[in-house]
Design a protein around this ligand. Structure first.
Ligand code: HEM
Length: 598
């Protein structure tokens, strides 16, 4: 593991009303607490399952519901009463998109699937996703409870996972406001500064490119949020824990959801979650407190937190705890989501080397010896097409973020019951044949040439990421598009300006085939890193990077011994690479057989 999160008995600084002032001794990656020794998890699990199964039978769970005339249930695969098809839950993000996607061939474009008493609805097309999540958005704007992240839906900590309601609206309005303020100001210059540092880090240690991408994302958003890129360590520390907690591939409770009923005294999941929640609160509150101190001292650069501290109109309605979490939870989502396409960019460059030269010709012509900026983008259609195609080709969230039906609904004669968890299959939507011919290929020309259905003029404006389906639908859609666009376009442009990226030559290349579609198994899927060749394009560029650009500022320590604070992250002893607690494991060296269509 790249880092482990251990919390001791030291009193914590920040707490919500419902959090006690101390964190119990617990460890996120430790075995279950010792109080459980009398109850082996397997025994508890087996026993709980049998009891639930018998109760479900006794109370008639699974009996057919009477529907009004003309209304049918959605097609559904057979399963056990209550437990449904519990054996049929594929864990990893993209594997689940392939698995449930393949079932559409048999079940049609929308079908339901039941597990542990909960109905999931799988959506194959953009039209259905749009009909439900946009046209009927008032009914499809809730989020589901997550068993391993207990209370997150009801709490006021994490905007993307919050139930629909007044608190959600306050946070989302706040998020829109800080985005509207920072976007025209180029996010206060933080992405531009970090592009330079990242190029320098890559030039010095190209073999650590994956780490440099993550550190880039962490430093950039920490600058935007708290005017100090060093706070990015806090985000790198907390993300693996929460990302696993909200993924089906995470703790077993996410599949055997009835385990959520175990009382806290014997629930390892609830204890771990309590620690996780406190750790996140500490991270967000410490960062905001730091900006507060600097604002009071009169030396805080512009950032989102400063807007709230200086009572920018529209931000006054949040208290300290709320502002800390609205800013923090809008920041931690900016790392794996943007890191995903950045990793996929390296994959694409190695599989499709000739495209790089077209973009480099454009960059050299338009930018010369300067790095590309947002202001240059209208004159860089090939660069924009590259980014647009990467976001389509390797979806960061292949099954989106679920929307939950707030009331019973009837769609094309089919019942969508209240509480159903609806998943739009973004992997399939991004490959609908009528719009994206040769959808499995990385084909940036589709955005630049009139022979493709996705072509749109004027090329000084299109393609761009505004309204891109990868960012979701309706009133729960992603508010981070502008930041993603500024960050991806200028960093990918800077990387192509500076380097030639290709598969390694000779034995190194033979020993490391370039993976095709290998991703981490979490809900936000990042393409797995792999060794490749990254060479600076000219001696003049080397000189510019080494003499004119600031030093790197890596957030990842080489060894655990170098960690000075609880927020520092490090590589594992003996490992040369930052595995980010399993989020950036290397791609396997052997090729695999992918499902048809991947
Ligand atoms: C490639 C980059 C990104 C992708 C593909 C992406 C995708 C998504 C998707 C699919 C959703 C759920 C939409 C839905 O429910 O229909 C979402 C929600 C969200 N995203 Fe992003 N996102 C990205 C970057 C970002 C960034 C950089 C930020 C913040 C700075 C951000 C902040 C959020 C927030 C706060 C939500 C929750 C919105 C809500 O629940 O109402 N995202 N994103």
């Amino acid at each position: 593991m790249a880092q482990s999160i251990k919390v001791d008995n030291t009193p914590v600084k920040f707490s919500a009303e419902n959090i006690s002032g101390k964190v119990e001794h617990a460890s996120i990656d430790a075995p279950a607490p010792s109080g459980l020794t009398a109850f082996s998890p397997t025994v508890i699990l087996g026993f709980a399952f049998i009891v639930l199964f018998v109760l479900a039978r006794a109370f008639g769970v699974g009996k057919k519901q009477k529907l009004p005339a003309g209304v049918k249930p959605l097609p559904r695969l057979p399963g056990l009463p209550y437990a449904g098809r519990f054996w049929d839950v594929p864990a990893p993000g993209i594997e689940a998109a392939w698995h449930f996607g393949d079932l559409h061939k048999k079940m049609g474009p929308i079908y339901e699937w039941k597990v542990m008493g909960t109905i999931h609805i799988w959506i194959e097309t953009d039209k259905i996703a749009h009909d439900l999540f946009v046209t009927r958005q008032r009914n499809y704007c809730d989020r589901n409870a997550l068993p391993a992240a207990v209370g997150v839906r009801e709490g006021s900590e994490i905007l993307p996972l919050m139930a629909f309601g007044e608190q959600f609206k306050r946070y989302k309005n706040f998020m829109h406001l800080i985005m509207r303020h920072s976007s025209p100001r180029s996010f206060y210059g933080w992405p531009t500064d970090e592009n330079k540092r990242t190029l320098r880090r890559i030039l010095e240690t190209p073999e650590h490119w994956s780490e440099h991408m993550l550190v880039h994302c962490a430093r950039t958003i920490a600058g935007v949020a708290w005017a100090d890129p060093e706070h990015g360590s806090k985000l790198l520390t907390i993300i693996p824990v929460i990302l696993k907690a909200v993924s089906p591939a995470g703790p077993i409770i996410n599949k055997l959801t009835f385990l959520a009923n175990l009382p806290e005294a014997i629930s390892p999941f609830k204890k771990i979650e309590r620690v996780r929640k406190q750790q996140m609160t500490d991270a967000f509150c410490e960062a905001l407190q730091d900006v507060k101190n600097r604002v009071e001292a009169g030396d805080a650069p512009d950032c989102w937190s400063k807007l709230w501290l200086e009572k920018e109109k529209g931000t006054e309605h949040l208290d300290f705890y709320e502002a800390a979490h609205a800013i923090g939870s809008s920041s931690f989502v900016a790392i794996a989501t943007i890191g995903g396409p950045l990793h996929a960019f390296f994959t694409a460059m190695c599989h499709y080397p000739s495209w790089q030269f077209k973009v480099q010709e454009e960059l050299d012509r338009v930018c010369g010896n300067q790095l590309p900026t947002v202001a240059d983008l209208p004159r860089l259609p090939h660069l924009r097409a590259t980014v647009k195609e990467i976001v389509r080709w390797r979806q960061a969230t292949p099954l989106g973020v679920p929307h939950v039906a707030m009331e019973d609904d009837v769609y094309e004669g089919y019942l969508i019951p209240k509480g159903a968890i609806c998943h739009a299959n973004h992997y399939l939507i991004s490959r609908e044949e009528s719009l994206y011919p040769r959808g499995n290929e990385f084909l940036p020309e589709r955005w630049l040439s009139p022979e493709y259905p996705t072509y749109q003029e004027p090329l000084s404006e299109f393609p761009n990421l505004r309204g891109d389906k990868a960012f979701g639908y309706g009133n729960r859609s992603c508010p981070g598009v502008d930041l993603t666009s500024a960050e991806l376009m200028t960093l990918i442009g800077s990387l192509m300006w500076a380097f030639e990226i290709k598969r390694s030559e000779g034995i190194a290349g033979r020993d490391h085939p370039i993976p095709w579609y290998e991703t981490a198994p979490w809900v936000i899927t990042m393409s797995k890193p792999f060794p490749c060749s990254i060479k600076v394009r000219s001696e003049e560029k080397r000189r510019i990077i080494m003499t004119e650009f600031p030093e790197g500022g890596n957030l990842v320590k080489a060894t655990p011994a170098e960690r000075k604070t609880k927020w520092d992250v490090s590589r594992v002893p003996g490992e040369d690479l930052f595995q980010w607690d399993g989020l950036t494991d290397q791609a396997p060296k052997t090729s695999r057989l992918y499902p048809a269509g991947a």
